[in-house]
Design a protein around this ligand. Structure first.
Ligand SMILES: Nc1ncnc2c1ncn2[C@@H]1O[C@H](COP(=O)(O)OP(=O)(O)OP(=O)(O)O)[C@@H](O)[C@H]1O
Ligand SMILES: [Mg+2]
Length: 256
């Protein structure tokens, strides 16, 4: 039965999609069966993992959420990954679903495919709306990428509030894999301050700050634009190696 991990932060551009991609590719490289779910109307994960997510597509995560198709009918095998794609249609969900029980739709839809995989990795949009609530309700653990800057760190407090509400209402077992510092530049003087501040904030909230951090590297952007698997595109790159270390850490901590 697959463990479901979701990558989330309501702040934009912090490395959610990159992290979802790298975690999925890393787990696959280690021999695990991985399903990616693009749950962001921007469709960035679909793009970088070579999925077809044109707006005319009749089988995306949107159609699953609407109850028109089963999840298994929407999985694309792209050569890079097994992925349920998303596109702009998904943004309609925020307006279309207002009734009771709307936070359970993704969880219930994914249940039948969980026996087919070891891990499901969900990428989420930069928002705390109904899509994110569905992703949190469907997940065992949340991984929180945070830009290595102070304003980004402050967003963790608001995110943690949402996690608390989800635990009370729709998913009491929701775990926090931890806060992951991304685009980290160790030689910059402020880096030490940022790590320390991140440590203070996470300790106060009672959530883990991961020991692993992700170095800043242009290869992250290049691999995704070229739609390459970063694990084989640049196996010796620092950031790529950081993501493999992250998997080791998450496994050692029993999150994966
Ligand atoms: N470690 C890194 N070093 C340098 N650039 C990075 C790194 N990780 C991600 N990036 C780049 O930063 C940009 C934003 O990353 P990404 O798309 O993963 O963020 P996001 O949180 O998913 O954004 P959004 O909120 O819009 O969904 C992308 O161009 C990506 O290639
Ligand atoms: Mg993204």
């Amino acid at each position: 039965m697959a463990g479901v991990i979701c990558v989330s932060n309501q702040k934009g551009g912090v490395g959610k999609t990159t992290t979802a991609n790298a975690v999925a590719m890393g787990l696959k490289k280690q021999g695990h069966r991985v399903l990616c779910v693009d749950f962001d109307p921007q469709g960035n994960l679909s793009f970088s993992l070579r999925a077809d997510n044109r707006i005319q597509l009749q089988n995306s995560i949107y159609h699953v959420m609407k109850g028109e198709l089963k999840a298994v009918q929407t999985i694309q095998h792209t050569g890079l990954a097994d992925i349920i794609p998303a596109n702009l249609l998904l943004s309609g969900i925020e307006l279309e679903f207002t009734g009771a029980g709307r936070e359970y739709i993704l969880r219930d839809a994914l249940r039948p495919v969980l026996p087919l995989y070891d891990y499901v990795v969900i990428d989420t949009p930069p928002a705390l709306g109904i899509l994110t609530v569905n992703a949190f309700t469907a997940s065992n653990a949340i991984l929180i990428p945070v830009l290595s800057d102070l304003f980004s760190l402050q967003g963790i407090v608001q995110l943690h509030d949402t996690i608390r509400r989800i635990r009370e209402r729709s998913n009491p077992d929701l775990g926090v894999a931890g806060v992951l510092l991304t685009k980290f530049v160790p030689r910059e003087q402020v880096s030490a301050v940022i790590r320390e501040t991140a440590g203070d904030i996470t300790a106060r909230l009672g959530i883990p700050l991961l020991d692993t951090f992700i170095h800043s590297s242009n290869v992250m952007t290049k691999a995704q634009i070229l739609r390459e698997d970063m694990m084989t595109y640049a196996p010796r790159n620092k950031a790529v190696r950081d993501y493999l270390l992250l998997l080791d850490e998450l496994k050692a901590k029993g999150v994966l």
